[in-house]
Design a protein around this ligand. Structure first.
Ligand code: UTP
Length: 480
């Protein structure tokens, strides 16, 4: 990236109506000036002008479709079904052959959770305080041991959390994984704009910028040499997951199996929506093209709310943001990344006033622009692969502390999920009148990845009769 000098930067800003970015220049020291010039050098001005024109000065008309069909889905895998058994075998074969890598997106700002640190460092374990990153790492260790393979772990971060994320891994000894098999890479940032389309300053010498959304994975994987690293290792299949989904089945053999058997380019898991208006995106086929429509657009496309005669939702396929991407597909789609739609979010963005004092707004005062990974689905040329899954044990995203999709909901899901495992292994698990498990439970994914494994490995274990239960990677009980 070219570094601008002061006059280049001033000219570029003036040409694009953003000269106010220099208003505090005279108060900045050399270091502050270098930081600001560095930020300006990363800005794609033609793109920003287009976004400001399309989304701030005007309101784009929603797309119209002649037809919106439900996406064809593969039912929840049941090993008693021949297709599921064959998919499992194919998935295991791909894992053993070292064809699979892991693509974690962890570049977001995690504003709703409000945790002081990268979201993946959040201590989600109710008993051990183990972080989200640690849970993901233990799953990876469990898979590597089971399949005798290396699963390179590619972790997308952003300028907002890169240093802190790497430091957290280092402090934790890379969670026992081989450092050489973990690669952090940065996504691009885009300036935030106020309601009149002016770039915002979060400090006198610093633009307010946000990571370019999880869709930014596509160029970031290519530009940072991740696709090439995968190819060099013989990896062609990347299992994509999001840092805040504690429950995700990283490298799920069923999912990988369906993907590789069908030579898919990008596959998705889907879950049944709880209600027509549940706040999740919906997978569907619009005029023959695979799309995920955001819940905020449900009223634009009311077909998505329709039910069948038995009352069931026709468009039930909710989006848990779990995908598999073929490396070649990422490279191909990267060349058309400029055709990805941008999405606008109206947010409360801390910024400085004319005197340089920080304002924390109480109501939304500006816009963030992002691209989304699911918009890559429109570029697939093969049959869609949309695999239905249960939520419990697969999808418990943590967006906030309390309420829906929260830390509290994730801990309740842990109790329900692992409570079932303990009962299957013969333990007595206390439940309340509604059937909800009443003790905290944590089982290291390194000890057991799935219930069947757990029941085998836990044979003969004497479980505590009361109180919380935490089981470590080696099967030892961890004191609460
Ligand atoms: P969310 O859209 O929930 O955003 O990201 P967030 O940043 O975690 O939280 P809020 O909206 O600020 O409260 C879903 C996943 O996508 C990643 C996040 O790190 C999370 O794993 N993500 C999101 C990125 O990697 N980059 C982005 O630009 C945005």
């Amino acid at each position: 990236m070219a570094q601008f000098n002061e006059s280049d930067a001033r000219r570029r800003l003036a040409d694009n109506g953003q000269e106010h970015v220099f208003q505090f220049w005279n108060c900045l020291n050399d270091e502050g000036r270098t930081v600001l010039l560095g930020q300006i050098a990363t800005i794609d001005f033609p793109l920003m002008n287009r976004l400001i024109d399309d989304w701030v000065r005007h309101e784009p008309a929603p797309e119209t479709f002649r037809s919106i069909e439900p996406v064809p889905t593969i039912p929840i895998p049941d090993p008693a079904r021949a297709d599921a058994k064959a998919a499992w075998d194919a998935g295991e074969e791909a894992l053993r052959a070292g064809r699979v890598g892991l693509l974690l997106v962890a570049g977001g700002q995690g504003t709703r959770l409000g945790f002081n640190g990268p979201k993946g460092a959040y201590p989600i374990g109710p008993i051990t305080g183990k972080s989200l990153f640690a849970f993901h790492a233990e799953k990876i260790k469990g898979l590597q041991r089971r399949y005798g393979c290396v699963l390179p772990w590619y972790i997308m971060v952003s300028a907002t959390n890169h240093a802190a994320t790497e430091a957290f891994f280092r402090e934790n000894g890379f969670f026992g994984l081989n450092e050489a098999d973990i690669r952090f890479f940065e996504q691009r940032m885009v300036p935030c704009v106020d309601e009149s389309g002016r770039f915002m300053l979060e400090g006198p010498g610093c633009l307010a910028m946000n990571p370019n959304g999880h869709g930014g994975t596509i160029p970031a994987v290519v530009e940072n040499g991740i696709a090439q690293d995968a190819r060099n290792r013989g990896v062609d299949t990347l299992s994509y997951f999001q840092v805040d989904n504690w429950a995700v089945q990283v490298g799920d053999p069923f999912f990988i199996g369906y993907h590789v058997q069908r030579k898919a380019e990008m596959s998705s898991k889907v879950h049944r929506k709880n209600s027509a208006r549940e706040a999740v995106g919906v997978h569907c086929i619009c005029d023959g093209e695979y799309r995920t429509i955001e819940y905020s657009e449900l009223d634009i496309y009311p077909q998505l709310l329709e039910t069948a005669e038995d009352g069931s939702l026709l468009h039930f396929a909710g989006n848990p943001a779990i995908h598999i991407l073929d490396v070649g597909f990422i490279e191909r789609v990267c060349s058309v990344y400029d055709r990805f739609p941008w999405h606008r979010a109206h947010k409360k963005i801390p910024c400085v006033d004319e005197a340089g004092a920080l304002i924390k707004p109480a109501t939304p005062n500006g816009y963030k622009f992002e691209t989304f990974i699911f918009d890559a689905l429109r570029f697939i040329e093969h049959e869609p692969v949309a695999l239905e899954m249960n939520r419990v044990g697969h999808y418990t995203p943590i967006k906030q502390f309390d309420g829906a999709n929260s830390v509290q909901a994730a801990r309740a899901a842990m109790r329900a999920y692992w409570g079932g495992w303990l009962e299957a292994a013969g333990a007595r698990v206390p439940r309340d009148a509604s059937g909800a498990v009443t003790i905290d439970i944590e089982i290291s994914p390194e000890f057991a990845l799935w219930q069947g494994d757990f029941v085998k490995r836990a044979a003969g274990m004497a479980f505590p009769e009361d109180g919380a239960i935490a089981i470590a990677a080696d099967g030892a009980f961890v004191a609460p």
